[in-house]
Design a protein around this ligand. Sequence first.
Ligand code: IPD
Ligand code: CA
Ligand code: CA
Length: 275
Amino acid sequence: MAPGWPSVTPGTGELLRLARDVAVEAGELAARLRREGVEVQGTKSSPIDIVTAADRAAEDLVRGRLAAARPGDGFLGEESGAGAGTSGITWVVDPIDGTVNYLYDLPNWSVSIAAVEGEPDPGTWRALAGAVAAPALGEVFTASSGSGAHLGDRALQVRPPAALDRALLSTGFHYTQEIRGNQARVAAGIIPRIRDLRRTGGAAIDLASVAAGRLDGFFEQGLNPWDQAAGALLVAEAGGAVTGLGGAAPSQRMVIAGHPALVRELDELLQALGA
Ligand code: IPD
Ligand code: CA
Ligand code: CA
């Protein structure tokens, strides 16, 4: 184990190292492609949901490296879809989370890689290891089940529970205008009740920021499994909770993250606002 590496339980150590190494390598590739210039190559769920050549190149690199290292594992990636495995472990990958930031050369983008056990569904999976590499910030967040969350070699801890009116929260907005309308209405109801609301443009870094104590909490409707897999493990391993509405499991419907006491309060407020 390299100096400065967090100690991990046997089994997840290999997954953690692989997640981290591949996230860092894909991040370096994406950063180099960014310096060479970036263009929108296509759109997905809506005209503002874009894909660049770097999204595809980074996912190809990640998929290839993981398949070479662990050929029996499954894969679920934003750009190339799902591939079944035989080991019971699936890699859930967002090659660039925060693509719009990446396009505009804002630094909040990351490569997010997690290994999960079970179906690649946030409601039922058991996340084993995850990495969020943010090259433009020079930061790599890692977590493995039962061994804590780390930024480099620094152990992470969520902030102590804040009263809602002192809580700094972050959220995100869906690419679909119809869902955004409801999100804007909910945000308008929340803003007068909290310290402030950030929209950083990357759910993986938002969740990593909750784990690092840089935000009190985070909520977002409409997240896909790859947006949240690694980040949710970071929050859980930093002593936080990640739930859906009404204490349900996190899902596309809603993800709420933070100190468990804050998550309960925020959950109630979101329900009261019809989120
Ligand atoms: C998006 C970002 C954004 C969030 C969106 C995600 P992408 O991921 O995480 O912050 O608000 O819901 O889809 O498209 O940049 O990978
Ligand atoms: Ca994403
Ligand atoms: Ca993405």
